[in-house]
Design a binder for this molecule. Structure first.
Ligand SMILES: C[S@@+](CC[C@H](N)C(=O)[O-])C[C@H]1O[C@@H](n2cnc3c(N)ncnc32)[C@H](O)[C@@H]1O
Length: 263
């Protein structure tokens, strides 16, 4: 399972998916994390930096925020959006930051953990980087939403079952019990998994699906379809979501699991 974007992926991710999806989850996550002025905070798999910027607002000038991501175009966008903010950006795998032991009070990661190929190694690195008493928060999807379920069915019908399997894997996430077991096995204390649910609204499928898939690792397969095929795929999603349309938008529930733990 990977999340590596090429071409215009980072731009579309920031312009479309952050306002409609990830920015909303970032607000919900930071409300729970509640960073304090002066905290030293690491945002792992920061992407274009939506959680990183929110965190920096909270820790202020007396704190310090580092954003880490493996993907250069995502980080380039994050740097551009941060402007003059005092944020350090590191291009690195989660397990290879080179940062000193015990250098953070808080580590956060929104929708990154699912993609880490070696989860025990990632959790061990979080332990190494946290100061005594430091806190860890990371979120992943709680499986599919009605929209992503319909999207994967339409991708299988209009592109291929293999490409649909790749897209489906984005939502094939660990259960709350599995997440708890992994964090406890890594030596964390006070492990808890909170389910957060939001009502998400996005434009109708004919507008949203091309934008969404354009920001996904399977973008090339979607863009290889001709316009009629792309529209047919989107129409199939719209039909499946007919019961979720309100005021000209698709409105559906979606949920994440937010893991919290302490050193
Ligand atoms: C769905 S995006 C989430 C980005 C951001 N946290 C947000 O909420 O918008 C997943 C991010 O995980 C990053 N990522 C995936 N595997 C990684 C790894 N092994 N180490 C560091 N970052 C990774 C990707 O480059 C991508 O930016």
């Amino acid at each position: 399972m990977t999340f590596q974007l090429a071409g215009q992926g980072a731009e579309i991710y920031e312009d479309v998916m952050v306002p409609l999806w990830f920015g909303r989850w970032a607000d919900a996550m930071l409300e729970t994390v509640a960073p304090q002025p002066g905290d030293r905070l690491l945002d792992v798999a920061c992407g274009t930096g939506v959680t990183t910027r929110l965190a920096q607002d909270k820790v202020g000038h007396s704190g310090h925020v580092v954003g880490l991501d493996i993907n250069a175009p995502m980080l380039a966008k994050a740097r551009e959006l941060a402007g003059a903010r005092d944020i350090t950006w590191i291009e690195s795998d989660v397990t290879d930051s080179g940062l000193p032991d015990g250098s953070f009070d808080l580590i956060i990661s929104q929708h990154g953990y699912h993609y880490f190929p070696d989860k025990p190694a990632a959790l061990a690195e979080f332990r190494r980087l946290l100061a005594p008493g430091g806190r860890l928060f990371y979120s992943i999807w709680d499986g599919h939403s009605p929209y992503t379920q319909a999207l994967c069915t339409a991708v299988a019908a209009h592109i291929s079952p293999e490409i649909a399997a790749k897209q489906r894997a984005q939502r094939e996430t660990q259960t709350a019990a599995e997440l708890t077991t992994q964090a406890v096995a890594a030596g964390f204390a006070q492990v808890a998994v909170h389910r957060q649910e939001l009502q998400i609204d996005v434009p109708m499928a004919e507008e949203f699906v091309p934008l969404h898939l354009g920001s996904m690792p399977i973008a090339d397969a979607f863009l290889a379809l001709d316009t009629d095929q792309q529209q047919a795929l989107a129409r199939q999603v719209q039909t499946a979501l007919a019961g979720y349309v309100t005021q000209g938008r698709m409105c559906y529930p979606d949920a994440v699991h937010l893991v919290s733990a302490q050193l």
